[in-house]
Design a protein. Structure first.
Length: 299
């Protein structure tokens, strides 16, 4: 006898979270490749910016006057103290030349495996800052302190990185070289960005302390090697702040911490606003198996 009004059972489907895990390495490689390509384009654009030397030097001299008016022009004194001992000079040179991009890469990988959305948010911050930086390089070229003496303005700065009296090798191909792109300082800005990323994505005191210490170390190395003025560094921080706000508008909700599984099948998934880890959202009820797999996927 035919049954009327009966609902046929739905076919059984089996979700395999492991497939998602297998796709993660490919997505990771893709995301890193995108960053590398964009960074390459950024450095080419930076290196090909026109360099009106007189204009760049004049702008740097105005920055010196501005710092003197604020009584903060202490860079020559800081460098003089820092290079009294050769090994201290080399620590500054090594920090400036070799810790910048490796630290950014390490934090980027750490963010990706904690949650891709975290990585994407910080990537967007960096991309936006690159655009702003290129605008500065083309419109407001500025000479670093170490080059002022070459243009007849000896303010007491010594070129410790490129001057020859160092074991550090920090030369670049001419295609991407622009020694008059001192504003803004991304050696400071991007290290500050990575430190903020660490603070926004973990409560581990050791990691937070290390990131803060690195900002201090890089700030000192920048001044001790005569590569930027305080104003250059401050502008780098301002650019990162602007880029962060812009990325927050582009990335709705910002980076999110991993789900937290509770008894009786409750899984709370709190999406944090950019720079915050305690922005609460309404919890979602899911089964414990899905919650566990989601936690594994997010690392």
């Amino acid at each position: 006898m035919a049954m009327t009004g009966a609902t046929l059972p739905r076919p059984l489907t089996l979700a395999l979270p492991g497939l998602s895990l297998l796709r993660r390495p490919a997505r990771f490689v893709w995301d890193i490749a995108v960053v590398m390509v964009v960074m390459g384009l950024y450095f080419v654009a930076r290196g090909q910016a026109p360099i009106p030397h007189d204009q760049a030097v004049a702008l740097s001299l105005r920055l010196v006057q501005f710092e003197r008016a604020l009584n903060i022009f202490q860079e020559p004194a800081i460098q003089s103290i820092s290079i009294r001992h050769y090994w201290v000079q080399e620590v500054a040179n090594f920090t400036y030349a070799y810790l910048h991009f490796p630290v950014m890469a390490l934090v980027g990988v750490w963010l990706w495996w904690r949650g891709r959305e975290r990585f994407v948010f910080m990537r967007n911050v960096m991309f936006i800052s690159m655009v702003i930086g290129v605008v500065f390089y083309y419109l407001l070229p500025a000479a670093p302190p170490r080059l002022l003496a070459l243009h007849g303005h000896d303010l007491g700065f010594v070129d410790t990185v490129f001057g020859g009296n160092t074991a550090v090798q920090y030369h670049h191909p001419s295609l991407i070289t622009n020694e008059y792109a001192a504003i803004p300082s991304f050696h400071f800005g991007w290290i500050l960005m990575t430190a903020i990323a660490v603070w926004a994505n973990t409560r581990n005191r050791a990691l937070r302390g290390a990131s803060a210490l690195l900002v201090v170390l890089m700030s000192w190395a920048i001044v001790a090697s005569a590569n930027h003025f305080f104003i250059d560094m401050a502008l780098g921080g301002v650019v990162i702040g602007i880029s962060w706000r812009a990325a927050a508008r582009l990335t709705r909700g910002g980076p999110a911490p991993a789900p937290r599984c509770l008894p009786r099948g409750n899984c709370t998934h709190r999406r944090a606003s950019p720079g915050r880890v305690s922005d609460h959202r309404a919890p979602r009820r899911v089964d414990r198996v899905s919650c566990a797999f989601r936690a594994v996927e997010r690392g």
